[in-house]
Write a protein that binds this ligand. Structure first.
Ligand code: FMN
Length: 437
């Protein structure tokens, strides 16, 4: 039986590209967006399903109670707004899906619905919204709150938020725009209605003041990790993205969200679960291992790794002993990402946990393109999975060299095995693309 191809996405942010190493992003000044447009074009040549632009809304101070380490090493910031970048990528590509992250904490639902609709029109139906509820108190403080609401409430609010947005997207019938020259009518008023939404958290009159976009609603991407987050993802997402946590962990996660979807009346096959990986590639296995060692053996690797995990969990990891096992931790921030990191019960030291994150929690991803492609195929066969979300190795900045390794090394090796898409269906929307296999 020939293998089934799986989906590929790439998770990046609109942030600083590599500037500290011999092979850079091309100057370390990415703020005009040109670097990311080039990246998207490389991904499109490699037939990726989508580029996902991550976003958070603060400069962290979680590690050591100061922003020093974050600014020194550009960790989780500075980063620029993903929405103009998404528009730029959409206008510069033809087939690639473009996903941007917007927080339900930060945008009034009406603005979000309009923004997504506009981006989906600019992207000609290839836009997706990565729905996040935000996990950092410092971000909440930037929006007039003293701290985040508890997770349960954030997701209750997100449920209502998404429902309101769906109603706004539905406030125009698909055929409301008539552009009838005879009567001089642009839009048929009988097909555009207020929604008069009144929920526990949000209220909006409607209708939306922009036309329906090609997908009407964007594709939904989500990364719930806690039980409440998984439930939200299972009931909402077209594509779920999740950290890797060993093969058994991947299988358990995917089985869980699919079971939740089925229990809620959704067809689980409508949801593509993509696991985060950061393969490290070389022309030989030795070369790949040497590359990996250069990152993980750097004197500041653990500090950078822990600052990064601290930023998304609001836990100050500078207070723990690197050479002792980590106690089990919980957070009101990204619990799922914390669980993938802390590997509770493994007895590993904090230093080892940091090293395990290099290729993002899955072994066998450091080698030649053929070795890594083989391993990814095996893992998907075992997990029964839908695909992978590539990202850069832990603590590294994104470089043209890394993009090239993936798009011109790994992806062709996957394609030779029938494991990755080799062509796009012309005109397919992102949702259609995700449902092709
Ligand atoms: C691959 C991946 C990407 C994510 N991207 C973002 C992001 O861009 N912004 C954000 O605030 N949270 C992001 N998150 C966090 C998730 O939205 C979610 O909060 C997290 O997975 C923990 O799940 P929980 O909210 O159920 O605890 C991401 C998580 C993962 C695994």
């Amino acid at each position: 039986m020939s293998p089934r191809p799986f989906h590929l996405g790439w998770f990046t942010n609109f942030a600083v590209d590599e500037w500290t190493k011999p092979f850079t992003g091309g100057g370390g000044d990415p703020w005009d967006g040109a670097f990311y447009v080039d990246m998207a074009k490389a991904m499109e040549r490699a037939c990726f399903d989508y580029i996902m632009l991550e976003d958070t809304l603060m400069i962290s101070e979680a590690y050591g109670g100061t922003n020093e380490i974050y600014l020194k090493h550009n960790i989780m910031g500075p980063k620029a707004d993903p929405s103009p970048m998404a528009a730029l990528i959409g206008a510069s590509t033809t087939n690639l899906g473009v996903v941007a992250t917007f927080s339900t904490m930060a945008y009034p639902p009406f603005m979000l619905a309009r923004l997504c609709s506009t981006l989906d029109s600019i992207c000609k139906g290839r836009f997706g919204w990565n729905i996040v509820t935000t996990g950092e108190d410092l971000a909440a403080e930037n929006f007039g709150m003293d701290k985040l609401p508890p997770r349960q409430e954030r997701y209750d609010m997100a449920d209502e938020y998404v429902e309101l947005c769906k109603q706004l997207w539905g406030s125009w019938d698909p055929d409301a725009v008539v552009r009838d020259l005879d009567s001089g009518t642009y839009a048929d008023a009988s097909k555009v209605r207020p929604i008069h939404f009144e929920g526990k958290y949000f209220k909006s009159r409607g209708p939306l003041n922009c036309v329906p976009s090609p997908q009407v609603r964007p594709a939904f991407v989500q990364a719930g990790g806690s039980p409440r987050g998984r439930q939200f993802a299972a009931m909402t997402a077209d594509s779920i993205i999740a950290p890797s946590m060993g093969v058994a962990g991947l299988k358990a996660y995917r089985d869980d969200v699919r079971a939740r979807a089925a229990a809620g009346g959704r067809d689980p096959d409508e949801i593509k679960v993509l696991f985060v990986v950061a393969p490290i590639l070389g022309e030989s296995e030795e070369e790949a291992k040497a590359k990996a060692a250069r990152i993980v053996d750097a004197p500041d690797y653990c500090e950078k790794a822990l600052a990064l995990v601290a930023a998304i969990t609001d836990i100050d990891f500078s207070t723990f002993d690197l050479d002792a096992p980590l106690p089990h931790l919980t957070t009101n921030g990204e619990q799922g990402s914390l669980d993938a990191f802390q590997q509770s019960g493994s007895g590993k030291t904090l230093r080892q946990l940091c090293a395990d994150q290099l290729a993002r929690g899955l072994d066998g991803l450091i080698g030649t393109p053929d070795q890594v492609a083989e391993r990814m195929g095996e893992v998907m066969a075992e997990v029964g999975g839908d695909g992978f979300l590539i990202t850069r190795p832990f603590t590294a900045n994104i470089s043209r060299q890394y993009i090239n390794d993936i798009c011109e090394g790994l992806v062709p090796a996957l394609q030779r095995r029938g494991l990755a898409r080799t062509r796009y269906t012309p005109g397919a929307t992102l949702r259609q693309m995700l449902r092709e296999f």
